[in-house]
Design a protein around this ligand. Sequence first.
Ligand code: 0CH
Ligand code: SF4
Length: 319
Amino acid sequence: MTKPPLTIHLAAPRGFCAGVDRAIKIVEMALAKWGAPVYVRHEIVHNKFVVDDLRAKGAVFVEELDDCPLDRPVIFSAHGVPKSVPAEAARRNMVYVDATCPLVSKVHIEAARHHENGLQMIMIGHAGHPETIGTMGQLPEGEVLLVETVEDVAKVAVRDPARLAFVTQTTLSVDDTADIVAALQARFPAIVGPHKEDICYATTNRQEAVKAMALMADAMLVVGAPNSSNSKRLVEVGARAGCRYAQLVQRASDIDWRALEGIGSLGITAGASAPEVLVNEVIDAFRERFEVTVKPVMTAEENVEFKVPRVLREAAQSA
Ligand code: 0CH
Ligand code: SF4
């Protein structure tokens, strides 16, 4: 039986960003340096496949420092941690490595600087997300006000409208955040902040690629996990850009084939924490049912790389 033709528009950039790459490398290098088990506080990145793979190599994933023994190294996830976490690890004399993405750490530093200058902080982010908890946790409890939506901006109660600053989560929707920033600036004209927001290059580039792809495809799949903020934003961006069917899939087994019946073109992308093997698995699943032609949709080139902490670099060099 002949298979129906299908054009797959493959977004680029997609998948791993420099911060994810570095965080995974940190766990692998820590295992090489100290042997198993190495503890990791929170999923190193929000992807079950990545976590399962590292677990098989000897990483133990926990949610709190209290769940770690004192005599094994602990790694903090790419999303960042409140200041109290490394402070407590140091107090307990634990060996720890911080895998917080340098672009998240940059936001931590910004928040601390504004606070030192006597400004009250507003964070644009998602309540309960580890990055939001980590960034808000750079300052004393109650010092950072959280806004999630334009509606929240109207409700936020500040100490002094003339002495305010804002920071954002790095993985937000670029368009939604622009609206929230505009609402903040309209209500508090003196508010200071970054040039636009703190959304990172990887988030921005993946959303741009999706916008370009959404116009070409009958349907779109985003490879990523349900707890991955940046992956979920890609689904929203695709739907908002006009794609009729935009769906998050963790891997090929999640594909809803009935929903995709009769399509002639499909967009595929992957969140910053989704490995390329899963993208290939999804494409291969389509090859079984369709005569597939893959066409890249490239909207930016990325060549960002972050160094791993010195303690692990030195160990790798001497190995
Ligand atoms: O998108 P989120 O922040 O949920 O995290 P992820 O899916 O693990 O992707 C990596 C980003 C880490 C921090 O910016
Ligand atoms: Fe860093 Fe951006 Fe990747 Fe987050 S999504 S780990 S901020 S590069």
